[in-house]
Design a protein around this ligand. Sequence first.
Ligand code: PAF
Length: 284
Amino acid sequence: MIIFKKSQDIKDYILREKTLGHKPGFIPTMGALHAGHLSLIAKARANKMLLICSIFVNPTQFNDKNDFEKYPVTIEADIEMLENAGCDVLFLPSVDEIYPGGPEKAKGYDFGYLDTILEGAQRPGHFHGVGQVVARLLEIVQPHTLYLGQKDYQQCLVLRKLTELMGLKELKVEICPTVREADGLAMSSRNRRLTESQRAIAGLIYQCLVSIESKQHAGDFSVVKKECEDIMKAKGMTPEYVALADAHDLTILENYDADRPMVALIAARIGEIRLIDNILVERH
Ligand code: PAF
């Protein structure tokens, strides 16, 4: 695996590889890699891509200073994991390399409605930061395919919109299914900050999502939503939202709607750790 720290160096390398017919598949990450990231890598490998990962803990997407400061950094283990997974290229830039004129000067994008709901509402400025960094990374890497994890469902829709706003018509965006622990907890870098007792209850988020899906014929989402909130609160968790939305455009649904593709989404805090998860609501 070749490690690049300078944008111009990786850009030149990828351009050369492209002339040899290699297609860059890009997986942007903030490190603290886990099986979820490895599944994206496996997908890109199966698609025979020139496999490019980036690790950059982007300061501009953290609306909570504490979350940024405590974000796990495990670079040595990450490099080993990427090498074992067959990653070809790792981009490991500094803040100056990503934001040469400072983050304030980086181009921002307007995601409209998508930035006003759920994660956008709970984490003001978060998607602005995600848009800034991914736009810059896409300009540098110019991938054939961008691989994203469904766990960050709203982020996937925001980044699809980003590629439209950037006019990247040729870029393929592949959204890969969430990888889960045995109790259903979605793999996330933040999971490693959970204490043993917090970890013991964290699977409840997924159980709530499954109950939202399984109760779709009972009719009233507000009842199911309240049940989920109560169960989570009873275990000491703080739900931020329990929502049902149109899976295409994230229009918030007050109730189940058999005529629309639906996604159920939850954000909840366990102590100071904030976790998010979602499932596509399958029709039974
Ligand atoms: O999902 C993440 O890890 C980050 O939001 C991303 C896409 C790497 C941008 O910093």
